[in-house]
Design a protein around this ligand. Sequence first.
Ligand SMILES: Cc1cc2nc3c(=O)[nH]c(=O)nc-3n(C[C@H](O)[C@H](O)[C@H](O)COP(=O)(O)OP(=O)(O)OC[C@H]3O[C@@H](n4cnc5c(N)ncnc54)[C@H](O)[C@@H]3O)c2cc1C
Length: 391
Amino acid sequence: MTPGRIVIVGAGQGGLQAAASLRQEGHDGPIVLIGAEPGLPYQRPPLSKAFLKTGEADKLVLRPRSFFDRNAIDYLPQTRVEEIDRGSAEVRAGGRRIAYDHLILATGTRNLRPPVDGIDAALDLRTLADAAALRAALDRPRRVAVIGGGFIGLEFAAVARRLGHEVSIAEAAPRLMARAVSPLMSERFLALHRALGSSVHLGVPVAAVSATGIELADGTGIAADLVLLAAGVRPNTELAEAAGLRIENGIAVNSRLRTSDPAISALGDCASYPDPRAGRRIRLESVQAATDQARFIARRIVRGEDAPYDALPWFWSDQDDHKLQIAGLAGPDDDAVAVGEAAVFRFAGGRLTAVETVNDARTHMQARKRLGGMAAPSREQLHATGYDLAV
Ligand SMILES: Cc1cc2nc3c(=O)[nH]c(=O)nc-3n(C[C@H](O)[C@H](O)[C@H](O)COP(=O)(O)OP(=O)(O)OC[C@H]3O[C@@H](n4cnc5c(N)ncnc54)[C@H](O)[C@@H]3O)c2cc1C
């Protein structure tokens, strides 16, 4: 049964996709899309890449204004949902009460701010407003310190170096992108950033931030007049938690992406779901997860499809001229086998879990195909073919 009015909280990548897919699938009831940010929904990936160079905000917009009129999507920008009242099936936002038959939560994440002295002086890179402020700050020579050697911090560092700024990167873990890639790939990107001229500090957390720079826990001082905080995020779960929904590293959803209340779904960065390949509950921070989950929920609502969500996770990160792509999801301890110059194959229990590539879109696409089914190829099989995924 197609519920009448669908309300979506959060107008980012996933919330917008949910609204678009609901219409595409043929939902003909009202759709209300509520977002806390001003302007039209936009994509975040270019904020740490092209936008820092070009400043072209128009290019980030996901759909033009006419899209919302044409598809009868009631879009409420700059409107924060303050409460979900499950008893009356309403949300409270901007002094209004908006009724829903089905509610979709796509509230995303916000920056983690570690309890470090002076951390408020560090800038964020999450929203278009954050990116515009950073871009403006880079209009004169800067000594930049980046706290966090994950995708976003490293993308920003690479751009800042190319723009001629002095760059230092401080990562508390012993290697770069430790949550996302193999040690082999971490080494490769460490070499890239050092070759670009950034100084990289690994294995020591930041102890303090001040007007003159940052200080590491071992006493090392790093002079800086611009500090970027890119040390991870936390899911925006407060609204769901206050409404009594189950929370487990994000808003917990089941294999159909329903929360503990069947009238409410959740997706994207804010939601954790049981991943059938990993055999555990995971929460992803990627465009792929937000959009695939949005399409899945739309199909489930409109067509009544009742299959578990099983899309293959994949990721990318552009750092200088290196396009890193990852198909699949590896655990931190999965084996890593270097294949040629540009690929690393990851294995757990003798089965392929992920393939990391640099500037090799063909292998990435082949890996997505091979990992897309439920039976991943074994290490023996791949070894026998010289790790050729096309065979
Ligand atoms: C700088 C940067 C670079 C990135 N690069 C990549 C990349 O290269 N590849 C990749 O796959 N991913 C990348 N990502 C991650 C990707 O953008 C996210 O995974 C994706 O946007 C998640 O979509 P979402 O809809 O779950 O959340 P978001 O797109 O973050 O949207 C959530 C929205 O909900 C709003 N909201 C929250 N609470 C409320 C409320 N109570 N009421 C109303 N609105 C609310 C927020 O304001 C926000 O606009 C990047 C992210 C950033 C910040």
